[in-house]
Design a protein. Structure first.
Length: 317
């Protein structure tokens, strides 16, 4: 089985509508490979037609010393297998299969977390991709702790392993629990005990210390951060950013979006998506501080405020 390409045990989670190539690149640039070991694309949904090499490369974005895996989501099909072959030909280092998305569209298509009720079907999908590309690159699987409950947790983990997964990532919540707190880490320990391959834990990480804490408490080999990285893109290194650094990160994100022809209002909407979770630098402290960003109706005012924050902090240095 090909080796996993990760450079450290801390991983950035794939998040639809957030971890686009621009956001990933900005986060990757903040970290050394010893602090952030890898990340993944937003899921590439496969339905009736295979995805092209161009689409795969667009999802991957710029490649550097920290590996980026391609995440695919879809039912077992010729289109899914052809896309996997295209990804390998395009130089992808790893393919991750999404069995964790609880969105209604995924469930309706019998993809994502719809498979949490069907361990045998999950194994079949993993096996089909492994048989197609598994001798060339690692194939991994991202699961939830179950569908309506966690009674099938061990069966699901064993199914992914039996299908040839080189790593299993477990989001500690079930499909029914979606993203509600808390994320019970005892489920991760159960998954570690059931798995014959490295286990990556996901869910409930809120701070840099939680990365090591999860691994120590559960036995996971890797720890994956999702929403906490939206509020603190430096979480993998433990660096405590200043208001200036926070403002510059957000402005760089805005500049990158608009350079890619995103409209001003849409750009600021993406900034607010981050500010909704922002937890460092003192720029959105408390409910009122956060509300002042989210309720600002003038997109120019949001950018101007960020610019002022950066300038004020620079003048104090």
């Amino acid at each position: 089985m090909p080796r996993l390409p990760f450079t450290a045990p801390n991983l950035l989670a794939p998040m639809e509508g957030v971890t686009d190539p621009l956001f990933r690149q900005l986060v990757l640039e903040l970290h050394e490979p010893k602090d952030l070991g890898g990340t993944f694309t937003e899921f590439l949904r496969i339905s009736h037609q295979a995805r092209t090499r161009r689409t795969v490369l667009q999802h991957l974005g710029t490649q550097g010393p920290i590996p980026v895996g391609l995440q695919l989501m879809g039912r077992k099909s010729d289109a899914l297998l052809e896309t996997a072959r295209t990804a390998v030909a395009a130089g992808v280092q790893l393919i991750d299969l999404n069995f964790g998305c609880p969105a209604k569209g995924a469930l309706k298509g019998c993809a994502g977390a719809a498979m949490m009720d069907d361990p045998r079907g999950l194994e079949d999908v993993v096996q089909s991709i492994h048989d197609t590309v598994g001798s060339e690159i690692p194939v991994t699987a991202k699961l939830r702790a179950g569908g309506d409950d966690d009674s099938l947790l061990e069966d699901l983990v064993r199914a992914a392993c039996a299908g040839g997964a080189a790593m299993v990532t477990l989001h500690a919540r079930t499909r029914k629990e979606a993203y509600a707190a808390p994320a019970p880490w005892e489920r991760l320990a159960r998954a570690v005990a059931a798995s014959s391959v490295p286990l990556c834990g996901n869910g409930g990480i809120d701070s840099h210390a939680d990365l090591a804490g999860m691994r120590q408490e559960t036995g996971c080999t890797y720890a994956m951060v999702g929403r906490a990285a939206l509020g603190n893109p430096w979480i993998f290194s433990g660096h405590q950013p200043t208001a200036k650094e926070c403002a510059e990160f957000l402005l760089a994100y805005a500049d990158g979006l608009m350079a890619r022809d995103a409209p001003l209002r849409g750009t600021v909407s993406r900034l607010k998506q981050l500010l909704r979770h922002w937890s460092v630098g003192g720029i959105a402290e408390g409910p009122e501080g956060r509300r002042s960003w989210l309720h600002e109706g003038d997109p120019e005012a949001v950018l101007a405020r960020l610019g002022t924050l950066a300038e004020q902090d620079r003048q104090r240095v």
